[in-house]
Write a protein of this length. Sequence first.
Length: 254
Amino acid sequence: MIFLTIILPVIIGILLLILLPMSIKVLREYERGVVFRFGRLRGVRGPGIFAIIPFVDKMLKVELRIVTLDVPPQEIITKDNVPVKVNAVAYFRVEDPAKSVIAIENFRMATLQISQTTLRSILGQVELDDLLSRRDKINHELQVVIDEQTEPWGIKVLIVEIKDVELPQTIQRAFAKQAEAERERRAKIINAEGEFQASEKLSEAAKVLSDYPVSVQLRFLQTLREIATEQNSTILFPFPIELVKAFLEKVEKK
């Protein structure tokens, strides 16, 4: 009687204290619980509070938040045989918690491996100029290909971005020379355009002066005035031959 009235309730109370925390589960809004009963999938639970059967059910917690995956540098030979090192970053999240647990052992590691092999495969089919100038298109292609391969695992790849392209020193020097040559070409074109425009203005000015000879004298006097303001000790200027032309003709006649 003592056992039934005192010891048994105590034992039941202790068992409840032990089993209750094991049976009551609380998951956050971004968490889901994949529940197995005797090894068979029973479903996905959460978020919030729910109960499982201790020692019968087993729960694996899966997060639904976006995961940032850093793809380490990969040595790649482009289509035009240029060796480069390229690293990238991928953003993905779990869309189907059950598939992410059942279909693949470690979906994070698997997604990383798929990202590395896809990066080498796709970038090996493009030329260096396209890799440097058409990153948006290449990023989209990477995202589509990786997402197709991870979809059976319940993984959705949202974004794939190429972070950095490391070029060999010889290629960097060649690009530097090319950029310098391009700057020199533009400078020569600008200089030639300036000279062409100046020649057009000089040609127009020459036409005006030929039509109005008196303007030549006005320009001559203006030039003398400008020289005089510079406080020079000696000034050399051409003397208009028209002023003494008549005098010279009289001397020759005599």
